[in-house]
Each structure stands twice: as C-alpha cells, then as structure tokens.
Design a protein around this ligand. Structure first.
Ligand code: ATP
Ligand code: MG
Ligand code: MG
Ligand code: MG
Length: 478
C-alpha cells in the first residue's frame, strides 16, 4: 500500500467518524516556541489549552513533521526520519479514551478491502500507563489483544505533559507492531524497540499540570475542565510494515533517492554495513531538505536555516564517504521531487526555486570542503602525534566559522579518526562570537529599534538545535 493511500484511508476513516479534515500546516511552525512542526498536534495547541475555542469538536490531519532530535537515529533504526508524516485524530472536549482506543484499533484491524489497514491483531501489542486501569480495561473490552500483550509501563514512557505548569498532562497508550523473533527478543515493547515498532501514540489529556518538583517530576493540579485526545500515527512506519520492506527508507516515497545514490556511488545497497546507513541517511535528508525548502526555509547560519544547512551538508559528506566527490544534488533532488509530488504537488510547481537553492548550497560547500578537510587532517595528526585524544576546540571553531563545517560534522570526522573534540573551548568561542554579533547588531540598530521578531528567531535558533521543544518533554515522571 503506497504511503499516499495510507494517508487517504486515514483521513477518510476519521472523516466518516465526524472529524473535520484539516490540511497539513507548514513545517515552519507558527508557534514561536517551536522551531519546526514536530507533531500533528502542534497547529491545534491553542484549542488544547482552551485558550481559543475549537472551531470543531473533532479534527483529523496528516501533518508534515521535522524532528531534528532524531537525526542521529536516521538510517540506524528502521523507523526514524528527520521528515515524516503523522496522521492524527483530535478531540477537543468531545470524545475521550474509550472512543480513541476504539477508533485506533478499528482502523488498524479493519480488512484492507473494507478501507482499513488490515493488521492482524496477533501482531499488535499495547502499552498503557501503569495506573491507567481505564485504558487497560478499554483495550480488553474493545480489542482482541489479550491482557498478556497489554503492558503497563511507567511515566518515563507513558506519561505526556506540555512541559509547562498550567498546561495539560495525562497518560498515554502506545500501539506496537511485533516484527517477530527474527528482529529481537521476546517480551513486548518494554524489552526491544527493534522488534516491536511503535506505530501509534494515543495521548489522553486529562489533568492540569502543576509545578515542577525540581527532580524531573511534577505535580498534578486536578482534572482539566476540557479533556482532549491527541493521537499520532507514523505513516512511514505503517508504510514499511505494509510494503513488506525492512525500514522506512525503503518505502515508496524514499527508496528512489536511495537507489539513485547507490547508482551514483556504484555501491550495492543491502550488505548490512556502513554504506547502507549512509545511503539511508542520504535518502532521508534529501527528502527533508526538499520539504523544508518548499516551506520557505533557506540555508543559513542560525535557527531553521542552520538545520537545513546541516542536513544538506550531511548529504554531501555521506556521498563523499560513499566515494562521490562531485555534485550530486542535481541527480538526487529531482528523484525526491518525483517521489513526493503526488502527495505534495507544490514540490514540482516550485521546483525551479527549490533546486536553485539546494544546488547553490552544494556548490558553496564543495568549494570549502576540500580546504576544511586539509585543515582537519593536519590538526588531527597534530593531536595524535602529541598523544592527545581530542581535537583542539579552536580548530573546530575555525572549521565552523570559516569553512562552514557544522560541529557535528567535525565531531563525526574526529570520531572516525579516534578523537574527541574539545567542546568547552569550541562552545566558549561560539558564545563569544554570538556576543560579538549581538553587540554589533545593537550598535547598528540603535537602542530604540524593534528587535522583537529577530531576537525571538535568534533565541530559537540558539537553543532549539540541540535542545528540543517542550512538546518533546513528553514523558516526565510525575
Ligand atoms: P519512538 O519512540 O519510536 O522514537 P516517539 O514516541 O518519539 O517514537 P511520538 O512522539 O509518540 O513518537 O509520535 C507519534 C508517532 O509518530 C509515533 O508513534 C511514530 O509512529 C511516528 N514517529 C515519531 N517519530 C518519528 C520519526 N522520527 N520518523 C518517523 N515516524 C515517527
Ligand atoms: Mg522518538
Ligand atoms: Mg516512543
Ligand atoms: Mg510515542
């Protein structure tokens, strides 16, 4: 089943259950506290908190998402993309746990010739928060999943909070697909996340969150006046399970780029080694970059632009590690566009602009890469012959500042050379540079200029790169 078909079925199923179909919002979130849209619920946050009355009691969407915090997992796990599509169904003070569980189970297990996904209940496992007897009992009542396959887990995995005192919080329930003994040990989702793939997360927003206890836990202030449902199902995960392939990078919207990259490099995909990971990273990042540029992001040195730059440069670097030293974007981007255009016609309509931005970034980086590599090699040799285990932080800074090497690239290269990077030195040089830039900006604009938009953006860029948003602080211990 093609990814676009999974999307169509998902929206149709929930539309038939009186949900208003809401188109995907941009990847560039309107919420200034969030750098990118990281989940289907992001555009609905105002309705969740009750700040704004919801225009509909039920909604459904398939939301484009970017999660930079998963970047290190890409290509190594079967299930983490930096870009992916999240189906969601939402209730704003309307239905609650019972219906949310019933809908999810029904959609997953309804036969494919009747509009569902046709999963066999024997392949499904469920987790609930350990004290959530209600959810546990609804699963028993509404599904054919036996009690042995409903695991009660702690707050670290099964409790969600918006992260702020006063915001909503509540237990969640996750649905997993068991890929079988070939993929890992028996024992359910609590034991093995390679064998048991999380496919759907149901969040029951039930309580008002209180103050932090200071140890990662927080108080609960009581029941919310309006209880909400927020769910997220990963389309790429469903796609790889239903398409009979091993991971999301081999699904219909991603695999063509992987194949083209393999062709360009003359490497054969599927040997299970480092090359496979690199090809998957290339395929993932090309698609993410395509979708980010489509939504208006341009490569830059901070904030969203820096994330995009980092993705593009990781593609180039991985292609070099695969043995290709020349420009590859003119080969890879059209393939990604062709794979995505049915679902997102704008990638084709706007491809002139999108490709111009991507190709120019590749040209720029290829020019400096060779010089930067030489400087890196010299510094790495010096560190090793001096008996040090870390690369000088000042060199890392120079590579960043003059040659545009994202720090994670330098760290990756250092790791391959058996070295660390002196991060303290690097970080302090970065801070000094930021301070200098701020002082310059102040001087240029004068004291009365309005800095609000720019400074909000900067603040995001500086923190959101490694840190993550409050939304992702999903599972704190209560
Ligand atoms: P995991 O534990 O596998 O990292 P998660 O708990 O972080 O997933 P949620 O935040 O619950 O994921 O998001 C809801 C759903 O979105 C997940 O159940 C999964 O199907 C999908 N999803 C989450 N992250 C990714 C990703 N990086 N790539 C593809 N799909 C994803
Ligand atoms: Mg995750
Ligand atoms: Mg999870
Ligand atoms: Mg989850």
């Amino acid at each position: 089943m093609l990814t676009a078909e999974i999307k169509r079925r998902f929206l149709k199923f929930f539309e038939d259950q009186q949900h208003t179909v809401v188109p995907s919002a941009s990847l560039v979130s309107e919420d200034p506290t969030v750098m990118f849209t990281i989940a289907g619920m992001v555009p609905f946050i105002p309705y969740m908190t009750g700040m704004v009355p919801a225009p509909y009691p039920r909604a459904t969407s398939v939301q484009k998402c970017i999660r930079t915090n998963d970047i290190e997992e890409v290509g190594k796990t079967p299930r983490h993309g930096t870009f992916f599509q999240m189906g969601g169904n939402f209730s704003f003070g309307d239905y609650f746990k019972k219906e949310a569980i019933g809908f999810a189970y029904t959609f997953l297990t309804t036969p494919q010739d009747q509009g569902g996904l046709g999963f066999n209940p024997d392949d499904l496992w469920v987790t609930v928060y350990k004290d959530d007897d209600e959810a546990f009992n609804y699963w028993l009542e509404l599904s054919d999943i036996p009690a042995e396959r409903i695991q009660r887990l702690g707050a670290d995995t099964n409790y969600w909070s918006a992260g702020k005192p006063g915001g909503p919080a509540g237990p969640d329930s996750e649905i997993f697909f068991d890929r079988g003994p070939a993929y890992g040990i028996d024992g359910g989702p609590a034991t093995d996340d390679d064998r048991y793939v999380e496919i759907w997360n149901l969040v029951f927003m039930q309580y008002e969150r209180g103050a932090d206890n200071g140890d990662g836990t927080f108080e609960l202030l009581g029941e919310l006046p309006q209880k909400n449902i927020d769910t997220g199902i990963g389309l790429e995960r469903i796609a790889f399970l239903l398409q009979g392939v091993d991971n999301m990078y081999e699904t219909d919207q991603v695999r063509p780029v992987l194949d083209r990259a393999a062709e360009l490099s003359g490497r054969v995909y599927g040997n299970g080694g480092e090359d496979d990971v690199r090809l998957r990273v290339v395929a993932d990042h090309v698609r993410s970059a395509l979708m980010l540029i489509t939504d208006g992001v341009q490569p830059g040195n901070e904030g969203r632009g820096y994330i995009l730059r980092r993705l593009l440069r990781r593609v180039i670097r991985n292609m070099r590690l695969l043995g290709v030293e020349t420009a590859t974007f003119p080969e890879l981007f059209p393939v990604s566009m062709a794979a995505m255009k049915d679902a997102y016609p704008e990638v084709e309509r706007d491809f002139d602009r999108i490709s111009r931005i991507a190709y120019a970034e590749e040209q720029t980086f290829l020019r400096t890469l060779a010089q930067g590599n030489a400087i890196f090699a010299e510094a790495a040799d010096a560190a090793k012959s001096g008996g040090l285990n870390a690369l000088d932080g000042a060199v890392a800074f120079k590579l960043h500042d003059t040659f545009g090497f994202p720090i994670d690239l330098t760290m990756e290269m250092a790791a391959e050379a058996g070295l660390n990077v002196n991060r303290d030195k690097f970080d302090s040089l970065m801070r000094e540079q930021v301070e200098r830039a701020k002082a310059d900006a102040r001087a240029r604009r004068g004291a009365l200029a309005d800095l609000s938009v720019y400074s909000a953006f900067r603040a995001m860029g500086e923190t959101a790169f490694v840190g993550y948003t409050e939304l992702e602080a999903q599972s704190r211990v209560i």
